[in-house]
Design a protein around this ligand. Structure first.
Ligand code: NAP
Length: 285
């Protein structure tokens, strides 16, 4: 029987989106301009098309305009960089989301770096990674930012705790660890070359699973009372954590779906309104 309390990302995300909608309306009223998020998609990968559509729908509901740029799969890095530079320079666009993964032929880093840091509402640029890591104001990578909000919402202070992040991707694992470090956790990163993953996870007061391997983290490796955050999302709505066995030992745990997932879009939209407020000279809205 499950003992852990659920960390409900769906309801927290709904509250953040309601607040973001109010702020977007206030900004539009005060400046005459609605916040605008540009979404850029290369190719027609069905999952990416769905993600972009979800983000656009959420924008509409929150009173944020979205401008979609659909590029053919054969787009070169140079062409993509040109598009992103143009959006970066366009005063009518306040935030830019480049949906990834892109095609193998595209230099993903070059594309991300073409996004102006002030419009990097998805938190993918080197500049955003640096501010995140130093705990300075800036845009956070959306999924890790959502993870931190969930911890705060449930009263989990990372300071002094042992946090184990499983996964070290540029958009998820690495920034999640840096955000935890900036909040004074003692952070261990695990990855595909980690020798004894179970032993590392057993030490964790906070586990963040960001791998993309169904049920990799088993309950037997969860320290009793630990907080378990499952950022993984595998086909069939399966997380990276074996929920039933982990919930027996954890004090708090995120479900999949309904945990980390909804927090990502909420963070994206919140940061879009932050970016628009700054660019429209209405900080504080
Ligand atoms: P990724 O780029 O494929 O990175 C996966 C990471 O897991 C890598 O660092 C890899 O190590 C590590 N890894 C792979 N196998 C491992 C193993 N057996 N033991 C320990 N570590 C292992 O994936 P990602 O983009 O970070 O995404 C990870 C998961 O999060 C996916 O399920 C994805 O769908 C989900 N996700 C969810 C959201 C959301 O909004 N909820 C957003 C983004 C991603 P190496 O570095 O050594 O290769």
């Amino acid at each position: 029987m499950s003992q852990a309390r659920l960390m409900d990302g769906t309801s927290l995300a709904r509250r953040i989106l309601e607040e973001t909608g109010k702020r977007a309306a206030g900004l539009t009223e005060r400046t005459g301009t609605a916040p605008c998020l540009a979404t850029v998609l290369v190719g027609e990968d069905p999952a990416s098309v769905t993600y972009v559509r979800m983000k656009q729908n959420r924008c509409r509901k929150a009173g944020i305009t979205s401008r979609h740029v659909a590029l053919p799969a054969a787009t070169t890095t140079e062409e993509l960089v040109g598009t992103l530079e143009a959006l970066s320079a366009d005063p009518g666009v306040h935030g830019i989301l480049l949906q990834h993964p892109m095609g193998e032929h595209i230099d993903e880093r070059a594309a991300f770096e073409a996004i102006a840091p002030g419009k990097d509402v998805d938190g993918v640029t080197f500049a955003s990674f640096a501010t995140m890591s130093f705990g300075l104001p800036g845009f956070v990578s959306c999924t890790p930012g959502g993870v931190m909000r969930l911890l705060d919402e449930y009263g989990v202070d990372p300071a002094g705790k042992r946090a184990v992040v499983v996964g070290r991707s540029a958009i998820l694992g690495k920034p999640a660890g840096m955000l935890l470090l900036a909040r004074d956790a003692t952070v261990t990163y695990c990855h595909s070359r980690t020798r004894d993953l179970s032993a590392a996870v057993r030490e964790a007061d906070i586990v963040v699973a960001a791998v993309g391997r169904p049920r990799l983290i088993r309950g037997q490796d969860v320290k009793p009372g630990a907080v378990v955050i499952d950022a993984g999302y595998n086909p069939g709505n399966i997380g990276d954590v074996d929920f039933d066995s982990a919930a027996e030992r954890a004090s708090l745990i995120t479900p999949v779906p309904g945990g980390v997932g909804p927090m990502t879009i909420a963070t994206l939209l919140e940061q879009t309104v932050d970016a628009a407020a700054r660019q429209l000279g209405a900080a504080g809205v």
